[in-house]
Write a protein that binds this ligand. Structure first.
Ligand code: NI
Length: 147
């Protein structure tokens, strides 16, 4: 991998805050933190533009009712985003946690995730997505192959 150097002008206060976050997170220096921030920035803007394929994790906590569970299963069976896996954890007598891994475009993933999140009785829902193709130097890893 060929590393390139560049100079950046930023307000001192912003740099101070950045350094504090770097230290708190345990980065050894600014370079790796800036690389991570740039990757997040790029994948965030691709997600906003709806470009590319993603693997996403949807965490939900819900009330263990038969009507809810049957809706949840029905939505997953008819999802346009691929459902790669679902992990179910019986949290308490009443509550269940489900971790659903999906693969598809932003539109496909959000369609299914929104349908699931809006089922009455789903008390908590959080979606996080990562791009399927991550460039490292001059070759490409297909994360999808490792899922
Ligand atoms: Ni359960």
């Amino acid at each position: 991998m060929v590393l390139q150097r560049f100079g950046v002008s930023i307000p001192g206060e912003l740099l101070k805050e950045f350094d504090e976050v770097i230290q708190r997170k345990g980065y050894l220096g600014r370079s790796e933190a800036i690389r991570d921030a740039m990757r997040d920035f790029i994948s965030g803007s691709r997600w906003e533009a709806g470009q590319g394929t993603y693997v996403a994790v949807l965490n939900i906590v819900y009330d263990n009712r038969p009507s809810l569970v049957s809706k949840l299963i029905k939505i997953q069976h008819s999802s346009r985003a691929d459902i790669i896996s679902t992990v179910h954890v019986h949290l308490t007598e009443r509550l269940c946690l489900e971790v659903i891994t999906l693969r598809g475009t932003r539109e496909e993933i959000e369609y299914t995730a929104n349908k699931i999140s809006s089922i009455s009785g789903v008390e908590h829902a959080r979606l996080s997505a990562v791009p399927v193709e991550v460039r490292e130097g001059n070759h490409t890893h297909e994360i999808g192959n490792h899922v």
